[in-house]
Design a protein around this ligand. Sequence first.
Ligand SMILES: Nc1ncnc2c1ncn2[C@@H]1O[C@H](COP(=O)(O)OP(=O)(O)OP(=O)(O)O)[C@@H](O)[C@H]1O
Length: 620
Amino acid sequence: MNRSKKAGSVIVACFVGLALAGPLLAGVEPFAFDGERLLTPSSVNWLGTNALGQDVFSQLSYGARTTLLIGLGVAVLSTTLSGVLGLMAGYFKRLDPLINGLANVLLVLPSLLLVLIVAAFTSGGVWQLIVTLGLLTWPGYMRLIRASVLSLREREFVKASQLFHGKPSYILRKHLMPFIVPLLRTKFILSFRQAVTMEASLSFLGLGDPNQPTWGKMLEQAFHQTETWMTTAWQWTIVPPMLALLLVTIGLALLSEGEHQQGNRLLRSYSPSSRVKLLLASSEIAASVPCAHSSVKAAEQTQRTEHCTATHAGSDNAVVVHDLSVVHNGRTILQPMSFSIAAGSVTAIIGESGSGKTTLARAVYGLLPDDVMSGAVYIRSGGTNGSSETSGTSDTSNICATNGSSAERGINRWVDAAFIVQDPRLSFNPLLTIGQQFMEAMQGTDASSITVSEKRLAAKQALREVQLSDRLLDSYPHELSGGMLGRALLALALINKPSLLIADEPTGALDPIVKWEILNLLVTKVREHGMTLLLITHDHQAALRVADDMMIIKDGQLLEHAPAEQWLHHPATSYSRELQALMPSIRRRHISEEFKKVGFQHREGCRNLKKEQRNVGRTT
Ligand SMILES: Nc1ncnc2c1ncn2[C@@H]1O[C@H](COP(=O)(O)OP(=O)(O)OP(=O)(O)O)[C@@H](O)[C@H]1O
């Protein structure tokens, strides 16, 4: 329970206590003429007496009963109507026009006028007021709930339940209701508060129930007695009911704010982490970062240290991770780890299911909330704004540009780094065309000088690069096959030429042929543009075939981070040997042969790239 909710609960609980125990403690009826007029507070009359000689404390506590009863009654009735009618309107297409039409009629009616008329005709009876307010205040939240149900109704889990002949009542109760409970809680509190203020206003206007003591009526009586203002009597006849009304509404407001904050928790958890920053003076950061994981025995990692030292010494890192750890609800998911990824390299992260690969990728990309993540991640700035230059070319200038105040900014998603998820359908908004989503991705760049038609041209080019027709720009995601969506996502990730591309099982949902096509395309494009790839995969053979470096994760611990060939021939941990034992030996030999070829080509490519970078650096 958050602080607002706690404070609100305490205040409301105090008034519930007053409503329950107050009348017993007062010992007198609220309308009994018990003492002299306008008696000051004393041990007999705790809050003195009013101008009619009635006990103020007794009226205040009986008033709390009436107020809370009306609040509760209206909240229950209005919330039930909102929930039930919202569910029915959203789920049953035939009932929707009827319920929605009724809601529209009620929304345009002047509800305050209706309440006044009903109160005037029914002498302000408590139950009449509850029914009137309950019947008039459901449409707003009903429409919110209906909208949620309309969208939830199209989700796979609801469709699956319908296919298994789940009864509507079961689907509504089990699958849809849990989603709208937070809305109902907020609605309950808001209706309660609205009813309390409405009742007080009606009583103050003399339209409340004359047989029930209420805070509004106490105020009305006090305001109409001139002695109240001529003497100090206002201190006990006006302040207590006024304060009670104020506190109850503040308590309810705090409760609703607490609900709101709680509801936003999920949303907040997806706000970009401030621990992921742009890599600035990379050499300084790199020098302070131990390359190997501290928990790995020193003897086991001599060779790796050489590799890492070489990586740091070049200060040519695309990613530097410093003391990164992730703890979810007290459970350590990632143990502290520090490493760096060389710019332009492909690093495969492998490990068994649940070892923390996705968590690591999400932490590096800044998708985890700050409160579960500690340490820091630095990512080299990227983005060529769709130009045909390689990101390697832009990197040099970007690193220089970040040596100032702009270096403090967090990374720009899709521009400095991009994330490809296992199911491309989850990355695309189903309601926007592919083209619109490309435009959105390009907004993060320094695109003020680029016109819409130029952006569209860049998007078309990106689609062609992944062998997709540029006509797909006007298609919606559901019109594309899984393989096409995979390619489109790759094109989207490449559009700004980010310096880092994180791919979490990018081919997991595809058939073996398309899988290889996409993986090849991914690695080819990454190499072509001099980008850095962090590839999470369960396919160890594929990882060995395409990766320069391997990262082995087990139980949230970075066991090994070594060049792929070295890892293959000299695994440093028994876990790596176990993983390798699962790979067919014939394929291993084949991969080993391939390494010689691919490794040579890659080294050549890197050398050429660095030469190009130096040349561009000189000319600029
Ligand atoms: N939001 C979360 N709250 C609590 N625990 C989580 C959360 N996200 C992940 N975990 C836990 O962290 C551990 C690692 O999960 P993660 O998804 O990173 O594994 P993985 O190696 O990517 O697995 P897979 O290969 O199956 O995708 C799991 O035990 C998971 O239950």
